[in-house]
Design a protein around this ligand. Structure first.
Ligand SMILES: [Fe+2]
Length: 293
């Protein structure tokens, strides 16, 4: 095990130690990067709360990849969690230009500054952070030796999404985001305005995500599980990593919440096919956990 990750996990003195076997990692979150991310998250909150819906919807930008680009609004009427979010990809400026929205963005409040700063951070500091962290995660996981390559390739092919997320205020429910695992490769939680995110341990308990200063949580999605599945097939070993099931619950009865998440798909491994395998409104677990497949 990477000495740094081992130390971080043990420091939390929590069930996350057990989740190491699922590929869960806490990594050092450089303070300079954290300051930049938190500043951007504040700008994103201003965008969500300060820009009229009509204007925000001008930035709904269809994209050829698996991810939408720009602004997205979801409601429970459409079968989703109540939320709005903003997706920024490594080529976001070009996407804006392709849709004739670049000049609009520069004219709306601070939207232009937010979009360009987020794109720059994604391509520079966050890319370096992900590659450094991938080296740590791969250090003692030989079956993940192509993690860095997949991240580089993901950047080259715009398979990377920086998501600013806003759970909009609504009637209090038990859960803001239903239990699910992520459909890409690896997920990194980089900002939360308040607690509420929880992970499912191998023994079936929900535990709060560690929100500790100086640490960021990274966890495997479907693609990272596939990466190890391939290794398992090649070496005829047991499965190694699993996607990580998580959910978001309201704390103190308050449903409004902001967060920022970095999603990286692995171009050489399949995304979860939601058309073929879910989601369904009747299925409490939005995506089928591995052990049920
Ligand atoms: Fe998720």
């Amino acid at each position: 095990m990477s000495a740094q990750i081992a130390t971080m996990l043990q420091k939390t003195n929590s069930p996350f130690w057990a989740m190491y076997n699922q590929g869960f990692a806490l990594v050092d979150y450089p303070s300079a990067l954290k300051r930049k991310v938190f500043s951007l998250a504040q700008q994103a909150e201003n965008f969500f709360s300060g820009v009229r819906m009509g204007q925000k919807k001008r930035f709904i930008l269809p994209c050829e990849s698996n991810w939408n680009s720009g602004y997205i609004h979801r409601t429970s009427e459409d079968g989703f969690d109540e939320k709005e979010y903003l997706h920024v990809q490594p080529n976001f400026s070009q996407v804006l230009k392709d849709h004739n929205r670049y000049d609009d963005a520069m004219e709306i409040m601070d939207a232009g500054r937010l979009f360009l700063t987020a794109e720059k951070l994604l391509n520079e500091d966050l890319r370096e952070f992900m590659l450094d962290s991938a080296d740590l995660i791969s250090e003692d996981n030989s079956y993940l030796d192509n993690l860095s390559d997949q991240i580089k390739k993901a950047y080259d092919e715009n398979y990377v999404v920086l998501r600013f997320l806003h759970y909009t205020p609504h009637k209090v429910r038990d859960v803001l985001a239903a239990p699910h695992f992520d459909v890409g490769g690896i997920t990194t939680q980089i900002y939360e305005s308040k607690p509420g995110m929880q992970f499912l341990t191998p023994t079936g308990e929900w535990i709060d995500a560690p929100m500790q200063p100086g640490l960021a949580a990274m966890f495997p999605s479907w693609g990272m599980q596939c990466m190890t599945d391939q290794h398992c097939i090649d070496s005829q070993k047991e499965k190694i990593l699993q996607n990580t099931i998580h959910r978001v619950v309201p704390k103190d009865g308050l449903t409004e919440r902001y967060s920022a998440v970095l999603f990286i798909d692995f171009p050489d491994y399949p995304n979860w096919d939601s058309d073929a395998w879910g989601p369904t409104r009747d299925q409490p677990m939005r995506y089928m956990p591995r052990q049920l497949i």
